[in-house]
Design a protein around this ligand. Structure first.
Ligand SMILES: C[S@@+](CC[C@H](N)C(=O)[O-])C[C@H]1O[C@@H](n2cnc3c(N)ncnc32)[C@H](O)[C@@H]1O
Length: 269
Protein backbone atom coordinates (compact mmCIF):
# COMPACT_ATOMS: atom_id res chain seq x y z
CA UNK A 1 0.00 0.00 0.00
CA UNK A 2 2.76 2.34 1.10
CA UNK A 3 4.85 1.63 -1.99
CA UNK A 4 1.78 2.05 -4.21
CA UNK A 5 1.21 5.53 -2.81
CA UNK A 6 4.90 6.30 -3.19
CA UNK A 7 4.64 5.27 -6.85
CA UNK A 8 1.61 7.48 -7.41
CA UNK A 9 3.34 10.48 -5.75
CA UNK A 10 6.44 9.97 -7.89
CA UNK A 11 4.32 9.83 -11.05
CA UNK A 12 2.36 12.90 -9.93
CA UNK A 13 5.57 14.83 -9.32
CA UNK A 14 6.77 14.00 -12.82
CA UNK A 15 3.44 14.95 -14.41
CA UNK A 16 3.41 18.23 -12.51
CA UNK A 17 6.94 19.00 -13.68
CA UNK A 18 5.98 18.51 -17.32
CA UNK A 19 2.69 20.40 -16.71
CA UNK A 20 0.54 17.48 -17.75
CA UNK A 21 -3.16 18.34 -17.28
CA UNK A 22 -5.36 16.36 -14.87
CA UNK A 23 -2.28 14.82 -13.24
CA UNK A 24 -4.18 13.46 -10.19
CA UNK A 25 -6.36 11.14 -12.28
CA UNK A 26 -3.68 10.25 -14.81
CA UNK A 27 -1.10 9.35 -12.14
CA UNK A 28 -3.45 6.70 -10.73
CA UNK A 29 -4.13 5.34 -14.21
CA UNK A 30 -0.41 5.13 -14.97
CA UNK A 31 0.26 3.36 -11.69
CA UNK A 32 -2.50 0.78 -12.43
CA UNK A 33 -1.25 0.36 -16.01
CA UNK A 34 2.32 -0.32 -14.85
CA UNK A 35 1.06 -2.93 -12.39
CA UNK A 36 -0.67 -4.79 -15.23
CA UNK A 37 2.05 -4.33 -17.87
CA UNK A 38 5.08 -5.52 -15.98
CA UNK A 39 7.21 -5.56 -19.15
CA UNK A 40 6.80 -1.79 -19.61
CA UNK A 41 9.04 0.44 -17.51
CA UNK A 42 8.05 3.65 -15.80
CA UNK A 43 10.92 5.45 -17.52
CA UNK A 44 9.57 4.40 -20.92
CA UNK A 45 6.18 5.96 -20.08
CA UNK A 46 7.85 9.10 -18.70
CA UNK A 47 9.90 9.45 -21.87
CA UNK A 48 6.81 9.25 -24.07
CA UNK A 49 4.88 11.70 -21.89
CA UNK A 50 7.84 14.06 -21.89
CA UNK A 51 7.63 14.11 -25.69
CA UNK A 52 3.99 15.16 -25.19
CA UNK A 53 2.43 11.93 -26.37
CA UNK A 54 -1.10 11.89 -24.92
CA UNK A 55 -1.57 9.32 -22.14
CA UNK A 56 -4.65 7.98 -23.97
CA UNK A 57 -2.51 6.82 -26.92
CA UNK A 58 0.00 5.19 -24.57
CA UNK A 59 -2.66 3.31 -22.60
CA UNK A 60 -4.79 2.77 -25.71
CA UNK A 61 -8.00 3.76 -23.91
CA UNK A 62 -10.14 6.75 -22.99
CA UNK A 63 -13.23 7.21 -20.84
CA UNK A 64 -16.18 8.85 -22.60
CA UNK A 65 -19.72 9.03 -21.16
CA UNK A 66 -18.52 6.64 -18.45
CA UNK A 67 -17.57 4.02 -21.07
CA UNK A 68 -14.09 2.80 -21.93
CA UNK A 69 -13.18 3.28 -25.63
CA UNK A 70 -10.17 1.93 -27.44
CA UNK A 71 -8.20 4.63 -29.30
CA UNK A 72 -5.23 4.43 -31.66
CA UNK A 73 -3.19 7.04 -33.48
CA UNK A 74 -5.77 6.85 -36.29
CA UNK A 75 -8.65 7.96 -34.08
CA UNK A 76 -9.15 11.30 -32.42
CA UNK A 77 -9.12 11.16 -28.60
CA UNK A 78 -12.77 11.92 -27.76
CA UNK A 79 -13.09 15.15 -25.76
CA UNK A 80 -15.19 15.52 -22.62
CA UNK A 81 -17.10 18.46 -24.16
CA UNK A 82 -18.52 16.14 -26.83
CA UNK A 83 -20.29 14.06 -24.16
CA UNK A 84 -23.02 16.68 -24.00
CA UNK A 85 -23.93 15.99 -27.65
CA UNK A 86 -24.63 12.42 -26.61
CA UNK A 87 -26.83 13.28 -23.61
CA UNK A 88 -28.78 15.99 -25.46
CA UNK A 89 -29.19 13.73 -28.51
CA UNK A 90 -30.68 11.01 -26.32
CA UNK A 91 -33.21 13.53 -24.95
CA UNK A 92 -34.09 14.62 -28.50
CA UNK A 93 -34.43 11.02 -29.69
CA UNK A 94 -36.94 10.29 -26.92
CA UNK A 95 -38.85 13.58 -27.26
CA UNK A 96 -39.10 13.62 -31.07
CA UNK A 97 -39.60 9.87 -31.56
CA UNK A 98 -36.50 9.64 -33.73
CA UNK A 99 -36.26 6.43 -35.76
CA UNK A 100 -32.87 6.96 -37.46
CA UNK A 101 -29.64 8.38 -36.08
CA UNK A 102 -26.66 9.17 -38.28
CA UNK A 103 -23.31 9.93 -36.62
CA UNK A 104 -21.15 11.58 -39.30
CA UNK A 105 -17.37 11.36 -38.80
CA UNK A 106 -17.67 8.74 -36.09
CA UNK A 107 -13.95 8.24 -35.27
CA UNK A 108 -13.69 5.80 -32.34
CA UNK A 109 -17.49 5.47 -32.54
CA UNK A 110 -17.81 7.23 -29.19
CA UNK A 111 -20.96 9.20 -30.07
CA UNK A 112 -22.88 6.43 -31.86
CA UNK A 113 -21.93 3.75 -29.33
CA UNK A 114 -22.68 5.92 -26.28
CA UNK A 115 -26.09 6.84 -27.73
CA UNK A 116 -26.85 3.16 -28.45
CA UNK A 117 -25.70 2.21 -24.98
CA UNK A 118 -27.98 4.81 -23.35
CA UNK A 119 -30.98 3.91 -25.53
CA UNK A 120 -31.04 0.25 -24.57
CA UNK A 121 -34.65 0.13 -23.54
CA UNK A 122 -36.48 2.27 -26.08
CA UNK A 123 -38.37 1.06 -29.17
CA UNK A 124 -36.36 -0.01 -32.24
CA UNK A 125 -34.30 2.60 -34.04
CA UNK A 126 -31.55 2.43 -36.66
CA UNK A 127 -28.16 3.89 -36.10
CA UNK A 128 -25.64 4.62 -38.84
CA UNK A 129 -22.08 5.82 -38.34
CA UNK A 130 -19.88 7.03 -41.17
CA UNK A 131 -16.22 7.89 -41.51
CA UNK A 132 -13.92 8.46 -44.45
CA UNK A 133 -11.19 6.36 -42.82
CA UNK A 134 -11.40 2.58 -43.00
CA UNK A 135 -8.81 2.21 -40.20
CA UNK A 136 -10.94 4.33 -37.88
CA UNK A 137 -14.06 2.29 -38.63
CA UNK A 138 -12.23 -0.91 -37.64
CA UNK A 139 -11.50 0.56 -34.20
CA UNK A 140 -15.10 1.76 -33.90
CA UNK A 141 -16.32 -1.78 -34.62
CA UNK A 142 -14.03 -3.19 -31.92
CA UNK A 143 -15.50 -0.63 -29.53
CA UNK A 144 -19.03 -1.66 -30.52
CA UNK A 145 -18.22 -5.29 -29.74
CA UNK A 146 -16.60 -4.41 -26.40
CA UNK A 147 -19.32 -2.03 -25.25
CA UNK A 148 -22.60 -3.20 -26.78
CA UNK A 149 -21.67 -6.92 -27.04
CA UNK A 150 -23.71 -7.13 -30.25
CA UNK A 151 -23.81 -5.70 -33.77
CA UNK A 152 -26.33 -2.90 -33.89
CA UNK A 153 -24.69 0.02 -35.65
CA UNK A 154 -24.37 0.16 -39.44
CA UNK A 155 -20.79 1.29 -40.10
CA UNK A 156 -20.38 3.00 -43.47
CA UNK A 157 -17.11 4.08 -45.05
CA UNK A 158 -18.22 7.26 -46.70
CA UNK A 159 -17.43 10.78 -47.63
CA UNK A 160 -19.90 12.29 -45.13
CA UNK A 161 -23.26 10.59 -45.88
CA UNK A 162 -22.98 10.25 -49.66
CA UNK A 163 -24.08 6.58 -49.84
CA UNK A 164 -26.76 6.66 -47.16
CA UNK A 165 -29.97 5.61 -48.94
CA UNK A 166 -33.44 7.10 -48.26
CA UNK A 167 -34.53 6.55 -44.66
CA UNK A 168 -38.10 6.21 -43.41
CA UNK A 169 -39.07 8.10 -40.26
CA UNK A 170 -37.68 10.97 -38.22
CA UNK A 171 -33.91 11.29 -38.48
CA UNK A 172 -31.33 12.92 -36.23
CA UNK A 173 -27.93 13.77 -37.70
CA UNK A 174 -25.10 14.22 -35.18
CA UNK A 175 -21.77 15.41 -36.52
CA UNK A 176 -18.44 16.22 -34.95
CA UNK A 177 -16.52 16.79 -38.18
CA UNK A 178 -13.12 18.47 -38.59
CA UNK A 179 -13.84 22.16 -38.02
CA UNK A 180 -10.57 23.82 -36.99
CA UNK A 181 -9.54 26.38 -39.63
CA UNK A 182 -6.19 25.31 -41.14
CA UNK A 183 -4.23 28.31 -39.88
CA UNK A 184 -5.46 27.74 -36.33
CA UNK A 185 -4.74 24.02 -36.66
CA UNK A 186 -1.06 24.65 -37.44
CA UNK A 187 -0.74 26.53 -34.12
CA UNK A 188 -2.19 23.81 -31.90
CA UNK A 189 -0.16 22.15 -29.12
CA UNK A 190 2.57 19.69 -30.01
CA UNK A 191 0.60 16.91 -28.29
CA UNK A 192 -2.17 17.39 -30.87
CA UNK A 193 -0.05 18.21 -33.92
CA UNK A 194 2.45 15.38 -33.45
CA UNK A 195 0.07 12.65 -32.36
CA UNK A 196 -3.59 13.18 -33.32
CA UNK A 197 -4.73 12.60 -36.93
CA UNK A 198 -4.90 15.75 -39.02
CA UNK A 199 -7.79 14.16 -40.94
CA UNK A 200 -9.87 14.42 -37.78
CA UNK A 201 -9.13 18.06 -37.02
CA UNK A 202 -8.20 20.24 -39.99
CA UNK A 203 -11.43 21.77 -41.25
CA UNK A 204 -9.95 23.59 -44.25
CA UNK A 205 -9.47 27.30 -44.77
CA UNK A 206 -12.64 28.49 -43.04
CA UNK A 207 -13.45 25.44 -40.91
CA UNK A 208 -16.88 25.35 -42.55
CA UNK A 209 -16.12 23.27 -45.64
CA UNK A 210 -17.26 19.89 -44.31
CA UNK A 211 -20.46 21.20 -42.74
CA UNK A 212 -21.29 23.06 -45.97
CA UNK A 213 -20.83 19.84 -47.96
CA UNK A 214 -22.86 17.92 -45.39
CA UNK A 215 -25.79 20.35 -45.74
CA UNK A 216 -25.55 20.01 -49.56
CA UNK A 217 -25.61 16.22 -49.31
CA UNK A 218 -28.60 16.23 -46.93
CA UNK A 219 -30.51 18.51 -49.30
CA UNK A 220 -30.09 16.01 -52.12
CA UNK A 221 -31.43 13.06 -50.11
CA UNK A 222 -34.81 11.64 -49.20
CA UNK A 223 -34.32 11.85 -45.46
CA UNK A 224 -36.84 13.42 -43.11
CA UNK A 225 -34.39 15.39 -41.00
CA UNK A 226 -35.91 16.28 -37.64
CA UNK A 227 -32.73 17.70 -36.14
CA UNK A 228 -29.05 18.25 -36.89
CA UNK A 229 -26.60 18.60 -34.01
CA UNK A 230 -23.12 19.89 -34.84
CA UNK A 231 -19.96 20.53 -32.83
CA UNK A 232 -17.76 23.42 -33.92
CA UNK A 233 -15.21 25.96 -32.73
CA UNK A 234 -16.08 29.12 -30.74
CA UNK A 235 -14.28 31.46 -33.14
CA UNK A 236 -16.42 30.30 -36.07
CA UNK A 237 -19.71 29.76 -34.25
CA UNK A 238 -21.33 32.81 -35.88
CA UNK A 239 -20.23 31.73 -39.36
CA UNK A 240 -21.51 28.20 -38.70
CA UNK A 241 -24.82 29.67 -37.49
CA UNK A 242 -25.07 31.79 -40.67
CA UNK A 243 -24.32 28.78 -42.83
CA UNK A 244 -27.03 26.74 -41.07
CA UNK A 245 -29.50 29.62 -41.49
CA UNK A 246 -28.74 29.75 -45.23
CA UNK A 247 -29.58 26.05 -45.67
CA UNK A 248 -32.43 25.93 -43.14
CA UNK A 249 -34.08 29.37 -43.19
CA UNK A 250 -37.34 28.03 -41.68
CA UNK A 251 -35.86 25.92 -38.90
CA UNK A 252 -35.03 26.97 -35.35
CA UNK A 253 -31.27 27.24 -35.01
CA UNK A 254 -29.77 27.41 -31.53
CA UNK A 255 -26.23 27.99 -30.33
CA UNK A 256 -25.42 25.74 -27.39
CA UNK A 257 -22.59 26.22 -24.90
CA UNK A 258 -20.22 23.51 -23.73
CA UNK A 259 -19.50 22.66 -20.10
CA UNK A 260 -16.85 25.43 -20.05
CA UNK A 261 -19.47 27.99 -21.18
CA UNK A 262 -18.01 28.35 -24.67
CA UNK A 263 -20.41 28.54 -27.63
CA UNK A 264 -19.57 25.28 -29.37
CA UNK A 265 -22.65 23.55 -30.74
CA UNK A 266 -25.34 24.28 -33.30
CA UNK A 267 -28.73 22.60 -33.07
CA UNK A 268 -31.01 22.83 -36.10
CA UNK A 269 -34.59 21.61 -35.58
C1 LIG B 1 -13.35 15.56 -34.95
S1 LIG B 1 -13.19 13.82 -35.37
C2 LIG B 1 -14.57 13.22 -34.42
C3 LIG B 1 -14.46 11.81 -34.03
C4 LIG B 1 -15.54 11.36 -33.04
N1 LIG B 1 -16.87 11.54 -33.59
C5 LIG B 1 -15.42 12.13 -31.74
O1 LIG B 1 -16.30 12.92 -31.43
O2 LIG B 1 -14.44 11.93 -31.01
C6 LIG B 1 -13.75 13.86 -37.03
C7 LIG B 1 -13.87 12.51 -37.75
O3 LIG B 1 -14.36 12.78 -39.07
C8 LIG B 1 -13.71 11.94 -40.00
N2 LIG B 1 -13.79 12.57 -41.33
C9 LIG B 1 -12.98 13.51 -41.87
N3 LIG B 1 -13.41 13.85 -43.09
C10 LIG B 1 -14.52 13.10 -43.33
C11 LIG B 1 -15.42 12.99 -44.43
N4 LIG B 1 -15.26 13.72 -45.53
N5 LIG B 1 -16.43 12.12 -44.34
C12 LIG B 1 -16.60 11.35 -43.22
N6 LIG B 1 -15.79 11.42 -42.15
C13 LIG B 1 -14.77 12.29 -42.21
C14 LIG B 1 -12.30 11.78 -39.46
O4 LIG B 1 -11.70 10.60 -39.95
C15 LIG B 1 -12.56 11.75 -37.94
O5 LIG B 1 -12.71 10.43 -37.48
Amino acid sequence: MKSNLANIFRIQKFLQEIKYPDYHRISREISEYLKKKRHISESNIFERLFKQEPWEYISGYVQFCGIQFKVTKDTLIPRIETEQMVYQSVDLIKKKKIKNIIDVGTGSGCIAISIASLLKDISPYSIYATDISRKVLKIAQINEENVLKKKHIKWVKNDLICDITPLKGNTLIVANLPYIPTEMYTKLNKSVLDYEPRLALDGGETGLELYKRLFEQIKGKKISVTAIYLETETSIIEDTHKLAKKYYPRKKISVIQDSFERSRFILIQ
